[in-house]
Design a protein around this ligand. Structure first.
Ligand code: ZN
Length: 679
């Protein structure tokens, strides 16, 4: 029986242009042995790639010109024999062969040009043409029949539909224009346009679910078209699971922890997915160190999720044994730990309500589109801080309440009216609410009025200054802070506050807003006039509210300024309600701690992250194993603890107990520690 929680999945990319021979060295037995040895228990193999070629003798799609064998047939047969879950891959909206034959179905930019370029965050350009599902009937006359043909002829446990999205800013074809007009939607409104495009792809996913259930009910369906946060709940009944494709070099180290904490609360299984490559997908000739891969998959476990690793097969049809030696090390490491670490119930101290708009599409952009405020950077700045401060945190959806947690952090204009009402009850009963920058506003004007009345804010307005200074006035927040005005490097809301809001930090501005006509030295000017309150405190019922004008989380992500995280730490520690803390530690910020409950055990995980120095054009790599020593952890246990057990080393750890807090010292941390705190 396949257990989703112990899945170790390979996403075997195979985008192969028409000018090479394909599969002349494919050996099914060697293929299966390599996977089995590497502890792989699920894999996606290709029926149809971005180049638009089929890897079997298809009558619907163009079989690859150089295909030497029925590659799909060879792979699926071998997987079935060995009991490895098989997922068949199809590229939906990127299909070069089809685009070449049917330019009339290619998506269109607003200037009428074809959509044929994507810019990655790294600046690299991809040359894929994108099809528009609304242009012609190719979904019904080509794509769905192709999937039917494959399912009729080959064994599979499900399908993976890639590129079920659209490039931001497209499509402007006549058909999209007409359909939007008919539905009363404005194609020039970016939100309405992207909603329409997302819904177009979601309709296709629903057709796929019907098709799959007609073949064999319950076949897995992986599809990225529900990846916008507000759309995720719509995936229920359509997708079998979410996959969080978050190669660190593509999206940074902090998107996965955020996305995982949102998607794990949607009632569908979720898988973390990274890649074996040093850089992006298809970075042939590179493989991460086993150490780095272990740390990456340990991060999936810390979020309670199983793992997938991306690979790209050589056109000759052979897996690279050297690559699978390293993947095998990481997967053996997972096999020993997943049983305890995946699928538990997370313990939560801090909740972050979900941002209104955040799409994993943000990792890829159309040419020339720039965003002034990057919500991904702001949200990942918060992720980085909470992780480094070791607070156990989760991302709420609209349905979640904030019952057990001690604090809620708002850093987006995310709240609906009913969320504001929930927050009022939360604070009245003793909770801590921290509202920072965009979090000073809510989703609608009415919700904003209600939120700001609770926060003690009469009005806010965005200052022109590209950065501001804050200077602490409250002595209890000065611990480890420099006694000087601290600059933020990001813009700030100026708050007009009610009289009962106490000033924690004053706001100061430079003498001028820098321009060509009026500038001060190299950068911003030195701090000059006090311009109100940067951070304030309000008591409300039994709880506390802290309001912060500057965008501290965004600034921390951009600059790494240690004083911003120290200030947030001091605020959380000072005003966090007594009795709501669940974990305390001596661990440095580079160690991630995760606390969950599984099978009557409290499970503590620790993942250290020690990277090497980098050049401005490189990315953090984890080449050396540098053990972190001397970390102590105290955990609030809801039961009388009899033992703390490390199931990997099979050793019991000494612990002390005081007032319900169990304190123990972790062994030297190399890649991952798991401890079971038992009755
Ligand atoms: Zn279109």
């Amino acid at each position: 029986m396949f257990d989703y929680n112990t899945m170790r999945y390979i996403h075997l990319d195979f985008h192969t242009p028409g000018f090479v021979n394909v599969g002349d060295k494919f050996d099914p037995v060697a293929f299966g042995e390599t996977l089995e040895k590497a502890k792989v228990n699920a894999i996606a193999v290709f029926a149809l790639c971005h180049h638009g070629y089929a890897y079997y003798p298809s009558k619907v799609a163009v079989p690859h010109h150089g295909l030497q064998t029925d590659l799909l047939g060879g792979m699926t047969e071998e997987l079935k024999k060995r009991g490895i879950q098989c997922i068949i891959y199809f590229s939906q909206n990127v299909n070069e062969a089809f685009s070449e034959a049917h330019p009339e179905s290619v998506a269109v930019n607003s200037d009428g040009s074809p959509v044929d370029s994507q810019i990655l965050l790294s600046g690299n350009e991809l040359y894929w043409r994108w099809l528009c599902p609304n242009r012609g009937d190719w979904i019904d006359s080509y794509f769905l029949p192709l999937i039917k043909e494959t399912l009729a002829n080959y064994y599979t446990d499900g399908i993976f539909i890639d590129m079920a999205g659209f490039l931001p800013g497209s499509c402007y074809c006549d058909s999209c224009r007409a359909k939007m007009k008919k539905a009363g939607l404005d194609i020039n409104d970016p939100d309405q346009h992207s909603d329409f495009m997302a819904k177009t792809n979601q309709e296709i996913a629903r057709k796929l679910r019907v098709l799959l259930d007609g073949v064999r009910p319950g076949l897995r369906l992986l599809d990225g078209c529900f990846c916008r946060l507000e759309d995720a709940p719509l995936a229920k009944g359509v997708l079998s699971e979410f996959y969080l494709e978050t190669l660190p070099v593509q999206v940074g180290w902090f998107l996965f922890p955020f996305l995982s904490r949102y998607f794990r609360n949607i009632d569908l299984p979720v898988m973390g997915m990274t890649g074996r490559f040093l850089n992006n997908w298809g970075d042939f000739g590179t493989v991460k160190t086993a150490h780095q891969l272990k740390v990456e998959v340990a991060t999936h476990m810390a979020a309670g999720l199983p793992s997938g690793v991306g690979d790209h097969m050589h056109f000759n049809g052979q897996l690279d044994d050297a690559v699978y030696k390293i993947i095998g090390e990481a997967f053996s490491f997972l096999e020993e730990r997943q049983l305890y670490c995946v699928g538990g119930k997370p313990i939560t101290e801090v909740i972050v309500p979900l941002p209104k708009k955040l799409s994993t599409h943000a990792a890829i952009m159309a040419k020339g589109i720039q965003h002034a405020f990057d919500p991904m950077t702001a949200v990942t700045g918060l992720t980085k801080m909470l992780t480094e401060l070791h607070f156990q945190w989760d991302v709420s959806n609209e349905k979640m309440d904030f019952p057990e947690c001690g604090a809620v952090v708002l850093n987006h204009d995310t709240c609906e009216l009913e969320t504001v009402e929930k927050l009022e009850r939360f604070v009245e009963s003793g909770g801590l609410l921290v509202a920072c920058h965009e979090g000073l506003k809510a989703k609608t004007a009415e919700a904003t009025r209600k939120l700001q009345a609770m926060l003690g804010i009469k009005s806010v307005r965005m200052l022109e200054d590209p950065g501001v200074y804050y200077e602490l006035k409250d002595s209890c927040l000065k611990k480890d802070m420099p006694d000087m005005p601290v600059y933020t490097h990001t813009r700030c809301y100026k708050m007009e506050l009610e009289a009962d809001v106490k000033t924690l930090a004053e706001l100061a501005l430079a003498p001028c807003v820098r321009s060509r006509e009026n500038f001060y030295g190299h950068f911003h000017g030195a701090p000059d006039k006090v311009a109100g309150v940067a951070a304030g405190l309000r008591r409300r019922g039994k709880g506390h509210i802290v309001v912060i004008g500057p965008s501290l989380f965004f600034s921390y992500m951009k600059t790494g300024n240690a004083h911003h995280i120290t200030l947030i730490r001091n605020i959380l520690e000072k005003y966090f309600p007594a009795g709501k803390r669940r974990i305390k530690t001596s661990a440095p910020g580079i160690v991630e701690l995760a606390l969950s409950r599984k099978n009557e055990n409290l499970v503590l995980q620790a993942v250290p992250f020690v990277a090497s120095r980098r050049h401005v054009e490189s990315f953090e790599v984890l080449n050396d194993i540098v053990p972190v020593h001397g970390v102590t952890v105290s955990v609030k246990a809801p039961f009388k603890v009899s033992k703390v057990f490390d199931p990997v080393s099979k050793k019991y750890l000494k612990f002390t107990e005081k007032g319900g807090w169990i304190k123990f010292r972790l062994p030297a941390l190399k890649e991952h520690f798991v401890g079971l705190i038992q009755r």
